[in-house]
Design a protein. Structure first.
Length: 320
């Protein structure tokens, strides 16, 4: 069982690293997003806070139960090998190493040819802010911010909860993150419907964000980036973002790259020691990838092993 869970971790991350995501019409997370988009307008009108909270909690529970049934059925019908295969597939669905790299490189490719309009359009696909009037420096800043924040949201967060609860944990985390990305806003339309989704996401990211920031510092050291400045900026600027978690990986990345990451009118992380550039974006991607490896080897694998020795996995997977 232990080897199956560890093999699934390696396979899930490896397949995503090499091949990335399928088109949205085949992607279960995209299906989940469409379900959220369908349900949210039907929560409007009266008791929105209660309905939004119930919807968020019930959706996460339903997703967790569905994945648990799938994993249990696979193991019951075909044994540990089927468990490992199902776990690897589910984990791969929840992470996006290659996907984030592709998004960032699409923006970078436009900037290399001077196509600011194209860069803004590609950037708009991965950030919440308006992009139609951003200059090159702010496009680069937003790209680096997205790479650093997505290291938690799209990679180490799912892996962390896989380490604790198996594929059920990874997909439940992805459901929470999807809810927050779609309804966790403070505007009048979403503030009541999305309050529970936002709080669930804040709680779920508390540990992954902090562990990831520390591993980013190690990655910066190994890659020759400014790890000392990374630690300094992390300590100074992590609380400047609206999200209590997002500031950790973003401030760490800003310090490592010696750049200023700014969302106009909201926050500025790091110091303007050097301008943002395409090379800085490439280094950010390298830090993201190395942090992923360090997280799998130094955090996830030990947690899975310790919990196995404690008998946790027999309980989680329902093995008598």
């Amino acid at each position: 069982m232990l080897l199956g869970l560890l093999a699934a971790l390696a396979a899930g991350v490896g397949v995503d690293w090499l091949f990335g995501d399928p088109p949205n019409k085949y992607h279960p997370v995209a299906w989940l997003g469409r379900l959220v988009g369908y349900c949210v307008p039907r929560l409007k009108g009266g008791a929105e806070k209660a309905k939004g909270a119930a919807f968020a909690v019930l959706l996460v529970i339903a997703v967790a139960l569905a994945v648990h049934f799938l994993v249990f059925a696979s193991m019951y019908l075909a044994g540990i090998v089927a468990l490992a295969i199902a776990s690897a597939i589910i984990l791969k669905i929840t992470i996006a190493v290659r996907g984030m790299e592709r998004h960032a490189k699409a923006i970078m490719s436009c900037l290399e040819t001077g196509d600011l309009a194209g860069a803004r359009q590609n950037l708009s696909m991965i950030v919440r802010r308006k992009t139609n009037d951003l200059d090159e420096q702010h496009i680069l800043s937003a790209t680096i911010e997205c790479v650093s924040e997505s290291t938690v949201d799209g990679i180490t967060g799912p892996i962390f909860y896989y380490s604790l609860f198996g594929p059920v944990g990874a997909f439940a985390y992805r459901a929470i993150n999807t809810l927050d990305s779609m309804v966790g806003y403070k505007d009048d339309y979403f503030k009541d419907i999305g309050w529970m989704s936002a709080r669930l996401d804040t709680a779920a990211n508390y540990m992954p964000a902090r562990i990831t920031a520390l591993l980013m510092i190690v990655s910066a050291k190994m890659l020759g980036a400014d790890w000392k400045n990374s630690l300094s900026v992390l300590q100074r600027d992590h609380a400047k973002t609206f999200s209590s978690n997002a500031g950790y990986p973003m401030a760490t990345m800003a310090g490592a790259l010696r750049v200023r990451l700014e969302k106009i009118g909201h926050y500025a992380l790091g110091d303007d020691q050097e301008p943002a550039s395409l090379e800085k974006c490439k280094t950010a991607i390298s830090i993201m990838k190395l942090t992923t490896l360090l997280f799998c080897i130094g955090v996830s694998a030990p947690i899975i092993s310790i919990l196995y020795l404690a008998g946790w996995w027999r309980l989680v997977l329902g093995i008598p």
